[in-house]
Design a protein around this ligand. Structure first.
Ligand SMILES: Cc1cc2nc3c(=O)[nH]c(=O)nc-3n(C[C@H](O)[C@H](O)[C@H](O)COP(=O)(O)OP(=O)(O)OC[C@H]3O[C@@H](n4cnc5c(N)ncnc54)[C@H](O)[C@@H]3O)c2cc1C
Length: 432
């Protein structure tokens, strides 16, 4: 049975959940608040490439929740949610604990989609949080150590070949980063950087297919950047993967069955709805085609107004938004604002999510920024805009001074370039 002292529970401490919690605390939310995540650290995914490459440190990109929430009035619990009972307002955790909530925020994100490819889940690496980045880096260094003691050329090739499945943003950014840093890592151990191979297998006939449909310049820039890395990234477009095992990946390409011997397959090919979200007793007509939960403009479930949902596990029926961090953190703010309104007896208001554009890392010190569907920056200017935009968002206390500078810079950039007259004279910039 629900009591008036039951907490507001936030399930998932990613971009939606953590930013909901931080915003509630900042605005002195009067209700007890509990944030639950299966991990003990928040993963700032857009900067995971910098973490992998060593450009940024773990306390910046992968900070502990207890550090982030140190001065906030939010309790954090590391546990895995195993069941959500919307009728009884209860959540059940892997530890056996059960909680009854007053309000609930569903912010559990998504999970990788392996499309039923044989061996893909078991034998490929994921790259979706800080832990995955550490695992991948350790594996690659280990491969390079082994290759120095491996005379067999075929085995050497497998140890120095990385295959990335998926040519969407994550696959492209990861490939560009690896193609720049792996030659360094290998040469430190005395290896010849030219032995390194980084390959993208993409089923579509172009990279950045679905998300960046109309952004041909971005596709061209990315494709050029991939070709210009320390080792050029090989792009196999129209490649359909059949199976992955610890030694090779098999696929169909240009009508032929092919395989690449490799010790490292990284799966970035797609995401799907989490089983725990699929299992909720919510009918198909209140979900999108991928099973994500439809929410109202105020981010509440239509039949359960005490339950909010945002980020990758939710979808607005009238206004579908891309599953990105920039959407998720803004929805987190909106959910917090509406929880506060409800606690004060006021009406919740619609979430107003602004899509600023696309930011992509295309190697060390190189990025592309495509802003407000109009302005396009690449190279070092793009890199500066990307870094600045993300610094503004980092939730770590040590960044507060830097962040106010970053906020100022972002505003300055957006204001400056919203005036067409100011567009001339910046070297690496072009306009659509
Ligand atoms: C490598 C990478 C790079 C990306 N780059 C960008 C980018 O440049 N720009 C951009 O806008 N977006 C980017 N994204 C997408 C972005 O990270 C997601 O859209 C965003 O994180 C979604 O936020 P969310 O709150 O819905 O879910 P998440 O941030 O994924 O958070 C979900 C949280 O729920 C927790 N959780 C899940 N299941 C359970 C459970 N059963 N019990 C307890 N806890 C659970 C997870 O541990 C996680 O902390 C990137 C994603 C990846 C993987």
């Amino acid at each position: 049975m629900a009591h008036s002292t039951d907490p507001t529970i936030i399930l998932g401490g990613g971009f939606t959940g953590l930013f909901t919690a931080l915003h509630l605390s900042k605005h002195n939310y009067s209700q007890p608040t509990l944030l639950i995540d299966q991990q003990e650290r928040f993963s700032f995914n857009p900067l995971l490439y910098e973490f992998l490459s060593g450009e940024m440190q773990d306390n910046q990109v992968w900070p502990y929740y207890k550090e982030i929430l140190k001065n906030h009035d939010v309790k954090f619990l590391q546990d895995t949610v195993t069941r959500i009972d919307l009728d009884r307002r209860q959540v059940k955790l892997a530890s056996g604990l059960r909680y009854t909530y007053k309000y609930l925020v569903l912010a559990l994100g998504s999970t990788l989609n392996y499309f039923g490819v044989e061996g893909a889940k078991e034998h490929s690496f994921a790259f979706r949080n800080g832990k995955h980045a550490v695992t991948l880096a350790e594996h690659l260094r280990n491969c390079f150590c082994r290759v120095t003691q491996t005379p067999d050329p075929e085995k050497r090739r497998a140890l120095t070949t990385v295959v990335i499945v998926g040519g969407g943003s994550s696959g492209v950014e990861l490939a560009a980063t690896l193609a720049d840093i792996l030659p360094y890592w290998y040469s430190v151990l005395g290896g010849d950087p030219q032995e390194i191979r980084v390959v993208i297998l993409e089923r579509d006939t172009k990279i950045l297919g679905s998300r960046e449909n109309n952004q041909n310049s971005l596709q061209d820039t990315a494709q050029k950047a991939l070709a210009e890395r320390n080792v050029p990234v090989e792009l196999l477009l129209g490649a359909k993967v059949y199976s992955v095992d610890p030694k090779r990946i098999e696929f169909q390409y240009q009508g032929q069955f092919e395989s690449i011997s490799t010790a490292t397959v990284i799966w970035t090919a797609g995401v799907t709805t989490l089983p725990i979200i699929k299992e909720l007793p919510i009918p198909d007509d209140k979900r999108d085609r991928q099973g994500r939960l439809h929410v109202t403009s105020t981010l509440q479930l239509p039949d359960f107004p005490k339950v909010f949902a945002g980020g990758d596990c939710a979808a607005m029926a009238e206004n579908p938004l891309p599953p990105t961090a920039q959407v998720a953190y803004q929805q987190g703010y909106a959910i917090a604002r509406n929880l506060k309104a409800l606690s004060e007896g006021k009406e919740p208001s619609p979430a107003n999510v602004k899509l600023r554009g696309t930011l992509m890392k295309l190697g060390l010190d190189e990025s592309a920024a495509y802003l407000q569907d109009r302005y396009y920056f690449k190279g070092r200017v793009g890199h500066f805009i990307r870094q600045t935009s993300y610094l503004e968002l980092l939730p770590t206390p040590m960044y507060y001074n830097l962040k106010s500078t970053a906020e100022w810079l972002v505003e300055a950039i957006f204001q400056q370039y919203s005036t067409e007259n100011n567009l001339t004279g910046v070297g690496a910039m072009s306009r659509h």
